[in-house]
Write a protein that binds this ligand. Structure first.
Ligand code: CP
Length: 318
């Protein structure tokens, strides 16, 4: 991973598969009576979130603790950022305390890369602006691989607010690298001006394409990032692009539903579908911890070769 995980684009197919393979081991660790191993003992991970989060922040902190790393949690609301301390000074301050990895979320694209330039510690992008959310993409890829055996040849529809979505930008790259066929489904106003550089299909008509998907991935409507009126109304959006029981009836028998969370129930996904047997949403959350354990281990641990020894010795003692 070259010392940092800033985007999915930096990873080859082989590197993505390595993360997913190490995740298999971390799922096994997480299933133990005491889901804790000493692999990162003596290492310190700081979660540095300048934007709200439930899943990403808590799963990174849980992942680090399961690997026995020390965890520091930085929160803007209760930090000296509120007294005007700059991001650069904050990074230098935390680094002086002895940090091995920064897990960074920020509303502005490029901030994790900037932190990586300022610091010698590893940096993991936990979501930056509209740009990238690489660990979300890895956990989604892992969830798809666990369910179907492989992403190769699967037809995946990513539906909704593509324009503002770092999840979509990272997910389409990881899926393309793993051999899936991606179609973006959205109104023209919720797509970027051009998608020519992306190896994806595009549709504006969900009803005409939904029956062909193996995975239907609904995106959150990111109202907090919208600076103009992109839609006539949310009701109209739900009418045309929402995952509803009527649309679920058109899905193929083996199709599954995914969502990165947090869900706007009743907007992009109905209550009934969010909780239906087709929904992999809770698997995504559970896999998020194991994927983040794998990422932290690959960045900070003694290497993949030592994985068996690191984790099996601990198993005997638990
Ligand atoms: N999917 C995701 O990033 O969720 P959080 O904003 O809760 O971290």
């Amino acid at each position: 991973m070259n010392g940092n995980l800033l985007t999915i684009s930096q990873l080859s197919r082989g590197e993505i598969e390595e993360v997913l393979d190490v995740t298999d081991t971390m799922v096994e660790v997480s299933s133990r009576r005491i889901p804790k191993v000493p692999a990162l003992r003596g290492r310190t991970v700081v979660s540095m979130f300048y934007e709200d989060s439930t899943r990403t922040r808590l799963s990174f902190e849980s992942a680090a603790k399961r690997l026995s790393a020390d965890v520091m949690s930085f929160s803007v609301a209760s930090s000296s950022t509120r007294k005007g301390e700059s991001l650069r000074d904050t990074v230098a301050t935390l680094e002086a305390m002895g940090v091995d990895a920064f897990v960074v979320r920020h509303r502005s694209s490029g901030v994790p890369a900037m932190v990586a330039r300022w610091s010698t510690a590893a940096v993991v992008n936990a979501g930056d602006g509209w740009h990238a959310h690489p660990t979300q993409a890895l956990l989604d890829a892992y969830t798809i691989r666990s369910h179907f055996g492989s992403a190769e040849g699967l037809r995946v529809g990513i539906i909704g607010d593509i324009l503002h979505s770092r999840v979509a930008r990272s997910l389409m790259v990881v899926l393309e690298r793993l051999g899936a066929e991606v179609t973006l489904v959205a109104p023209p106003t919720l797509l970027p001006p051009s998608t020519d550089a992306w190896r994806v299909g595009v549709s504006h008509d969900l009803d005409s394409v939904i029956g062909g998907f193996d995975v239907v991935y609904a995106l959150r409507m990111q109202r907090e990032r919208m600076t103009e009126a992109h839609l006539p109304s949310l009701r109209e959006y739900t009418e045309c692009y929402g995952l509803t029981p009527r649309r679920a009836a058109e899905l193929s028998e083996r199709a599954v539903i995914m969502h990165p969370g947090p869900m706007n129930r009743g907007v992009e996904i109905s209550e009934a579908l969010a909780d239906s047997p087709r929904s992999l949403v809770t698997d995504q959350v559970a896999n998020g911890v194991a994927v983040r354990m794998a990422v932290l281990y690959l960045l900070l641990g003694p290497g993949r070769e030592a994985l068996g020894e690191e984790l099996s010795g601990a198993r005997e003692s638990t």
